[in-house]
Design a protein around this ligand. Structure first.
Ligand code: FAD
Length: 427
């Protein structure tokens, strides 16, 4: 066991981002130590959609088969109007898998987290819980973290994967989270409880409606059913601190179609997630401290790319290490500065695009009145097999800026733009 010796890399935070980065680096023979605040490693929440840009990386890590066993490969992703339930557009996920070479899957968050945890154990990552990092310092040739108990640890590289409310982000960047005034409720229930609700068991279904949306898909080999209910909180708009409470949930979905309304009583009511993100920042690397995952680029979740971007970050970091380790003299130290420059050069821009597109998707999904009808007409006109708006996300993760595909937005994404277009009559 490497315990006690000085690690090559300290990873702060053992969420999906931290563990996947730790695994990616340990696979290259680096000594990696993870410091996690919680008493035990784990994940809260329910389902996670993982697109081909993530399953491609899982395959490279040798973890895709385990993910397939634990997850579900749905047949379609269908978007419907939440009020009248009409189909707006769909992705054929079997065809999508052929196009990108890897599946679009859904998996329980704790299952994906568990896959990375076990992979880290096998790779010899030192996994330490009950370690809260409260401060960061630069050292000669590395960085140091200070823990709550006053002790310190240092390494040539510190990866801060401490999530949305990152201490590293606060210390190094100092910006605030941005509230969207939307809140998410989640639930994963035995599938028997929803069979009579008009659900599509083999699909991911997204119902988009005025100031709300609702997502459904089966999990755990089809035994469980995952639901996410997201809505704009009137209390948030009124400037209250206690916003997004369960009393607002029922009111928000009152006018939606049967299938959505039947799903609402099943939502967990003891926990909810205020939808926060941050404005993109250009600098994720400060000396030998690198932000990763939500600490670097927390998105609104409308593109379902948050955890995926975190996994991509670790993959890119490790690949750039591998490229340079090959060139280093035997036993030589990796040129972390060059690795971190390369990491930042490609990841900042990609994640900025996803973050800003996610905000725009949110606006589009939540339209009301005439703009809603115009949006529906535009979406219904989309060809199921037109991949121009997924290619820039689901294709292979870029290692360098010139590999990054051009961003594509096929439909005007802001409500203002939509408002300027002629509506097609409802048919
Ligand atoms: P986290 O998961 O937040 O992990 C941070 C870890 O750091 C935690 O374990 C925490 O305990 C630890 N930590 C925090 N502070 C400290 C400290 N000071 N010292 C030590 N440890 C610390 N993404 C997708 O890809 N697909 C989806 O379908 C999807 N759906 C979503 C649905 C909802 C409703 C929400 C809210 C998010 C969704 N996301 C999705 C986004 C995804 O959940 C996040 O982007 C992802 O979990 C971020 O991982 P992370 O490891 O960076 O951060």
């Amino acid at each position: 066991s490497p315990a006690g010796g000085r690690p090559d890399v300290i990873v702060v935070g053992g969420g999906i981002g931290g563990l996947s980065a730790a695994f990616a680096l340990a696979r290259q023979g680096l000594r990696v130590r993870v410091l996690e605040r919680a008493k035990e490693f784990g994940e809260v929440g329910a389902g996670l959609q993982i697109a081909p840009n993530c399953t491609r990386i899982l395959a490279e890590y040798g973890l895709l088969e385990e993910a397939r066993t634990l997850g579900v490969v749905p047949e379609n992703m269908v978007m419907r109007d939440a009020l009248d339930a009409r189909e707006l557009t769909r992705l054929d996920l079997r065809d999508l898998e052929r196009r990108y070479g890897f599946p679009y899957m859904v998996i329980h968050r704790s299952d994906l987290h568990g896959i990375f945890l076990r992979a880290c154990e096998r790779a010899g990552v030192e996994l330490l819980t009950d370690r809260t990092v409260v401060d960061y310092e630069h050292t000669d040739g590395g960085a140091r973290v200070r823990l709550e108990d006053g002790s310190t640890e240092e390494a040539p590289l510190v990866v801060a994967a401490d999530g949305l409310h990152s201490v590293a982000r606060r210390t190094l960047v100092g910006d605030d989270v941005v509230s969207s005034d939307y809140v998410a409720y989640r639930a994963a229930v035995p599938i028997e409880r929803v069979r009579d609700n008009g659900i599509a068991e083999k699909d991911v279904t997204v119902y988009v409606g005025p100031r709300c949306h609702f997502v459904q898909y089966a999990l755990r080999g089809g035994d469980m059913f995952n639901q996410v209910a997201v809505f704009q909180s009137p209390k948030a708009l009124a400037g209250r601190d206690d916003w997004g409470t369960p009393d607002e949930l029922d009111a928000a979905f009152g006018a939606t179609c049967d299938t959505v309304r039947k799903g609402i009583p099943l939502m967990w009511r003891d926990r909810w997630w205020q939808m926060l993100d941050r404005d993109p920042v250009e600098t994720w690397v400060h000396g030998r401290i690198a932000l990763l995952g939500d600490a670097a680029h927390p998105p609104l979740q409308y593109m379902a790319q948050g955890a995926i971007m975190a996994i991509e970050d670790g993959w890119v970091l490790a690949r750039h290490h591998a490229l340079r380790a090959g060139a280093a003299p035997a036993g030589g130290r990796p040129d972390w500065d060059a690795v971190l420059t390369a990491y930042e050069a490609v990841r900042v821009e990609h994640c900025r695009r996803v973050q800003t597109t996610a905000r725009a998707w949110g606006e589009l999904w939540h339209l009301d009145g005439e703009p809603r009808l115009r949006r529906n007409a535009i979406m219904r006109a989309r060809d199921t097999y037109d991949y121009s708006f997924t290619d820039w996300v689901y294709g292979p993760t870029a290692l360098t800026p010139d590999e990054e595909p051009p961003m594509f937005t096929p439909i005007p994404l802001s409500s203002a733009d939509i408002g300027e277009q002629e509506a097609e009559p409802e048919t």
